[in-house]
Design a protein. Structure first.
Length: 88
């Protein structure tokens, strides 16, 4: 008898939540990439806040730290991906 590990399904957490890789393109500007696609941008303002935009340049808000901005963007990205899959 062979015990097989179950394969992930389309509804698996990993597929529903692709990780965003952030690249610094210049001081104060980060570009997000998810699965080879542009995922959004984070820009540090002159006042020190971090401005977040999605993959269509729609504002997602501001955060006090870069880590908070990345986490907020990831949450919004996951929600938009879930909504997209639900509409298909």
């Amino acid at each position: 008898m062979t015990i097989a590990t179950p394969r992930p399904t389309e509804g698996s957490t990993d597929r529903a939540r692709p990780a965003i890789a952030w690249t610094t393109v210049q001081a104060g500007l980060w570009i997000g990439n998810a699965g080879g696609e542009f995922a959004g941008m984070i820009e540090r303002s002159s006042g020190g806040d971090f401005l977040i935009t999605d993959h269509r340049a729609h504002p997602l808000g501001t955060c006090a730290t870069l880590d908070e901005a990345k986490a907020r963007h990831q949450r919004q990205f996951q929600l938009s991906q879930s909504a997209l899959k639900a509409s298909i």
